[in-house]
Design a protein around this ligand. Structure first.
Ligand SMILES: Nc1ncnc2c1ncn2[C@@H]1O[C@H](COP(=O)(O)OP(=O)(O)O)[C@@H](O)[C@H]1O
Ligand SMILES: [Mg+2]
Length: 313
């Protein structure tokens, strides 16, 4: 491993995921007794920060939590994973963001995300982290915080020559104006459909969608397509990557692991294809494990995985 540690800054969300498992969903006005509930820290920002830290980068998060137990747990979890929490603001008047998730025994889910403190991550707080962002190798942002704050972060990074990744998730049509501000955007299939108007379910549709993204002003695009791999088009260079064939257990958060690990590859100046190969391996490992937050692999696990598995193109 190199002595120099890549600096990744994530400006993004922290949530508490409260997942309740039940045989079937309650009807309106009905109360049911569920099987059990799991409480874990999550949020796309936190998940991507942890994924980047686990492969050895020096990671800091700019985020907001509430003055509650969920916030305390998130800080503990980030600290245990060596993510710097110095720029995480604790707000007294709101609760930490939550995702209330219902899962039935047949695997169906219903999710209600309440932004809570994530909505308090204002452009001013992003501006307070100006020096941190400007000194990064790579900035990663997603769409679980206010759009004007994402814009502020991308502009600070651009001015300082910091590479930027915009993961336009969860899908939000208003993010279209942010696309030209990022070096690389990483939509999944549904986000591609929403932003580019084309569902990338064939080679032809994928090429069309990539072209729409370029026409919208993005130079770099990686469309991730779950078990169908990803399509890369950056700086005029076009490559498709397949996936590593594994036994899927829980695909939640695959995109988060992909983005976190890809950012580190970018900071290490790997070519985009190699950075995406490592990110795909990390994401593949993560889907073999339950629970998004605990699923991101460490560098040594990815290295070992890559000696055993190859990409299926
Ligand atoms: N079932 C799977 N098997 C192998 N790799 C997977 C699987 N699901 C996801 N991946 C990897 O993770 C990447 C991101 O997954 P994707 O589902 O596109 O993101 P998101 O979680 O944002 O929907 C994919 O491009 C692929 O490399
Ligand atoms: Mg997916």
């Amino acid at each position: 491993m190199s002595k120099y540690s890549e600096k990744i800054v994530v400006v993004g969300s922290i949530n508490c995921d409260i997942t309740t498992y039940m045989s079937k969903f309650p009807k309106p006005h009905e109360t049911i007794i569920a099987d059990h509930t799991a409480v874990s820290v999550g949020g796309k920002g936190l998940n991507q920060a942890v994924a980047a830290a686990r492969v050895g980068a020096d990671v800091a998060m700019v985020a907001c939590i509430g003055d509650d137990q969920f916030g305390v747990q998130a800080i503990k979890y980030l600290s245990e994973n060596d993510v710097s929490v110095e720029y995480i603001t604790c707000s007294d008047d709101v609760v930490t963001g939550t995702a209330a998730i219902f899962v039935t025994s047949t695997g169906e889910n219903m999710i209600a995300v309440s932004p809570g403190a994530n909505a308090e991550l204002s452009p001013r707080l992003v501006e307070d982290a100006h020096d941190l962002i400007s000194s990064a190798d790579v900035l990663i942002v997603q769409l679980e915080i206010p759009l004007d704050s994402i814009e502020a972060a991308l502009k600070i990074a651009k001015k300082a020559g910091v590479k930027t990744i915009l993961n336009p998730a969860p899908a939000n049509p208003d993010a279209i104006n942010l696309l030209p501000l990022a070096d690389i955007v990483t939509p999944n299939e549904t986000e591609t459909e929403l932003l580019a108007g084309i569902y990338p379910d064939s080679a032809e549709a994928t090429d069309k969608a990539l072209k729409v993204f370029h026409d919208l002003g993005t130079d770099g695009v990686i469309i991730t397509k779950g078990e169908d791999g990803c399509a890369i088009s950056i700086g005029g260079h076009r490559v498709n990557l397949g996936t590593f064939k594994i036994n899927m257990v829980d695909s939640t958060g695959a995109g988060d692991v992909f983005n976190g690990v890809f950012a580190v590859g970018l900071a290490r100046k790997y070519c985009h294809e190699e950075a995406a190969r490592q990110a795909s391996a990390a994401a593949a490992i993560s889907v073999t494990r339950p629970m998004a937050e605990g699923a991101a692999p460490f560098a040594a696990e990815i290295e070992e995985f890559l000696t055993k598995y190859s990409l299926d193109n």
